[in-house]
Design a protein around this ligand. Sequence first.
Ligand code: SF4
Length: 124
Amino acid sequence: MIKKLICIECPIGCSLSVDIENCRVIKVDGDKCPKGKEHAVSEVENPMRVLTSTVLAVGLPFKMIPVRTDRPIPKSMILEASREVKKIRIKKAPHVGEIIIPNFLNLGMNLVATREFLCEEDNL
Ligand code: SF4
């Protein structure tokens, strides 16, 4: 089976033609550098994504705090990870980059805040 992909490893965005057999990449055409094949293999055999979401703030002047994983996680885990994020409640305004949940879902990466919130007490 031939699958068409766009390599997103650099702004060139090569159009890749990926030959797949038994869920494995056999051959890649259209890549201008070795990263193209790496991207195709990752996308076909073990796709990863950074999860971006929001968590609920409790007792703070804002309702939601944007978060993301600090590394990509398996695409197959995105739904479960999203469900876990919805259970989180934050009672103290985090700083940007602050770890909200370390080793999130035992995946070896952290869930971190992606926005700075300046509360009145932060300005004292
Ligand atoms: S294959 Fe190489 S040159 Fe082409 S988009 Fe990917 S990283 Fe860029």
